[in-house]
Ligand binder design. Structure first.
Ligand code: GAP
Length: 445
C-alpha cells in the first residue's frame, strides 16, 4: 500500500489534502491522472448501469436533504457507533473494535490492555456530518451532509415512476459525494470522511426480490473482472445476520484482497420495502406501484452500492507491478485500457529534430480528437517510457528518423514491451481497435 501511495503522489494521481496547512486527516485531493482515472471508473459504471441496459435511469440528487429524510431512513437514530475515549493517550476508539485498534501508549497494545489505559464508558456517536442551512445563525436549520446517495433515489421514486413512465423491475442509478464522520478513517482512499458512491436502487415486485438479489451479486462481481481485476483477488461474502444494516434483509459484499487483507469493495443489499414504506409513512406520500389492472404493491429494493474511490484503489493495487528489464527496474501499472487515465503517448525521439516534432505533433493532434493522449518530448526516451509505464499508458508511439523518410512509427506495448512498425496514417484506426481488444493482466491469476 505504501508503494501505491507514493506512486500516486509522485505521478500526480492523489495528494494529501490541505497539505501546506499540515493536512486534514484522511482527506485527499485528486490530481490530473487521478481525476482522469476516477472519471473512467465512473464512466464504466454508468455504461454498465445505463447505456447497456433499458431498465435503469440516471439521477443526480441534492447532497443536503430535508432533515426529516434521515429520521425516516433511520440514520438519525441508527447510524451510531459506540465510542470510548482514553483519558491517558487522548485517542478515541470504536468500543466494538478495541481488539483491532492500537493503544496510543508504549509498549503499544490494544486499548485497555496497558496498565495506564483509562477508558471512558462507551458513548453513542452519530456519524452524520451536520451543518446549518440558512444565513442567520439563530434561525438556521440543522441539516446533514448525506451519508449515502441512496435516500435521494428513494425520494425520486415517484417522479421516475410517473415521468419516466417505468414499471418494476426498474432501477435508478446515481454517482455522487457522501460524507461520514468515520471514526477510523484510513488505508489511503479506502475509508475517508468525504467520498463518492456509485449506487443503484433496483425496484422489483416483492416475489422477484431474491432472484434479482442473486442476479445483481453476479452482475457486480462480473464488472470488476471485466475491467481487469484478477478473479483470484475477488470474493463474495454474505453477511452474517448480526452484521446486517437496519434496513437489510440480506447483504453480500464483493471483497478484494488488498495488501492489508480482504476488504469490502461494494455491498449488494436486499433492502426489502423498508425505505419506500418509511418514506411513505413519514412524508404522507404513498410510494407504491399501481398497475394498469389496479393491482398495487410497494416494490422491494435491491441495491448494489459501491464507490469509485475504493474501486480505483483496487484497480491501482491490482495493476501495480515491478520488474527488471535489461537489468533495469521498471514500475508499471498494468491497468485495463478502459480505466487507464491516458490511452497513448506520442514521443518524438529527438526533441530538437524539426521533422520528427512536426510528425509527432500532427499525430498527437489527430489522436487527441478521440482519446486522452499525451505528447511528451522531455528527456531521454527511456525515461519517457518509464513515466508512461508508471501512469499505466497502454501504448506509446515513437516518431524517429525513419518516420520522416517513410511515414511509419513504432508502437510499444506497455505490458509485453513488444514493438511494431505502423504506417502513421493507420495509427488512429489501429489504436481504436487495440483499445477494444479483450485485455487480460499479464500478472497471471
Ligand atoms: N446505501 C448503502 C451504503 O451506503 P455502504 O456499504 O455503507 O452502503 C457503500 O457503502 C459503498 O460506498 C462501500 O462499499 C464503499 O465502496 C463506499 N464507501 C462507504 N464508506 C466509505 C468511506 N468512508 N470511504 C470511501 N468509500 C466508502
Amino acid at each position: 500500500m505504501d508503494k501505491i501511495v507514493s506512486l500516486c503522489r509522485r505521478r500526480g494521481f492523489v495528494f494529501p489534502s490541505s497539505e501546506i496547512y499540515g493536512g486534514l486527516g484522511s482527506a485527499y485531493d485528486y490530481g490530473h491522472y487521478g481525476v482522469l482515472m476516477k472519471n473512467n471508473v465512473k464512466a464504466r459504471w454508468l455504461e454498465s448501469m445505463i447505456q447497456e441496459r433499458d431498465d435503469i435511469v440516471a439521477l443526480d440528487s441534492a447532497i443536503i436533504l430535508n432533515p426529516r429524510v434521515w429520521e425516516a431512513s433511520g440514520h438519525t437514530q441508527l447510524m451510531h457507533d459506540p465510542l470510548v475515549d482514553c483519558r491517558a493517550c487522548k485517542l478515541r476508539f470504536r468500543a466494538d473494535a478495541l481488539d483491532q485498534a492500537q493503544c496510543g501508549l508504549k509498549p503499544s497494545k490494544h486499548p485497555g490492555e496497558f496498565k495506564d489505559c483509562d477508558l471512558t464508558e462507551p458513548r453513542e456517536f452519530n456519524v452524520m456530518l451536520a451543518t446549518s442551512f440558512g444565513v442567520l445563525e439563530e434561525s438556521a436549520a440543522k441539516v446533514y451532509l448525506r451519508p449515502e446517495t441512496a435516500q435521494g433515489i428513494f425520494l425520486n421514486f415517484k417522479n421516475v415512476l410517473q415521468i419516466a413512465r417505468r414499471k418494476p423491475p426498474f432501477g435508478i442509478a446515481q454517482i455522487g459525494k457522501s460524507f461520514r464522520n468515520e471514526i477510523t478513517p484510513g488505508n489511503f482512499l479506502f475509508r475517508t470522511r468525504e467520498f463518492e458512491q456509485m449506487e443503484m436502487e433496483f425496484f422489483v415486485p416483492p416475489d422477484e426480490a431474491d432472484e434479482w438479489y442473486r442476479y445483481w451479486v453476479e452482475e457486480r462481481l462480473g464488472w470488476y473482472t471485466r475491467y481487469g481485476i484478477r478473479e483470484s483477488k475477488l470474493r463474495v461474502r454474505p453477511h452474517e445476520p448480526d452484521e446486517l444494516s437496519h434496513y437489510s434483509q440480506a447483504t453480500s459484499d464483493v471483497e478484494y484482497l488488498f495488501p492489508i487483507g480482504w476488504l469490502e469493495l461494494e455491498g449488494i443489499a436486499n433492502r426489502g420495502d423498508y425505505d419506500l414504506r418509511q418514506h411513505s409513512e413519514h412524508s404522507g406520500t404513498k410510494l407504491e406501484y399501481v398497475g394498469e389492472g389496479g393491482e398495487r404493491y410497494v416494490p422491494h429494493v435491491i441495491e448494489p452500492a459501491g464507490g469509485p474511490d475504493r474501486s480505483m484503489l483496487a484497480f491501482l493495487v491490482d495493476a501495480y507491478d515491478e520488474e527488471v528489464v535489461a537489468e533495469r527496474e521498471r514500475t508499471v501499472l498494468r491497468l485495463h485500457p478502459a480505466v487507464a487515465p491516458v490511452k497513448a503517448a506520442v514521443l518524438p525521439l529527438i526533441a530538437k529534430d524539426e521533422g520528427m516534432v512536426r510528425h509527432a505533433r500532427a499525430l498527437y493532434e489527430e489522436l487527441r480528437t478521440r482519446h486522452m493522449v499525451e505528447y511528451d518530448e522531455g528527456g531521454a526516451i527511456g525515461r519517457r517510457y518509464r513515466r508512461q509505464d508508471e501512469i499505466g499508458t497502454p501504448f506509446a508511439f515513437t516518431v524517429d528518423e525513419q518516420t520522416v523518410g517513410d511515414e511509419t512509427v513504432t508502437v510499444r506495448d506497455r505490458d509485453s514491451l513488444a514493438q511494431e512498425r505502423l504506417p502513421i496514417g493507420g495509427v488512429q484506426d489501429w489504436l481504436e481497435e487495440a483499445l477494444e481488444r479483450p485485455w487480460k493482466t499479464p500478472k497471471g491469476d
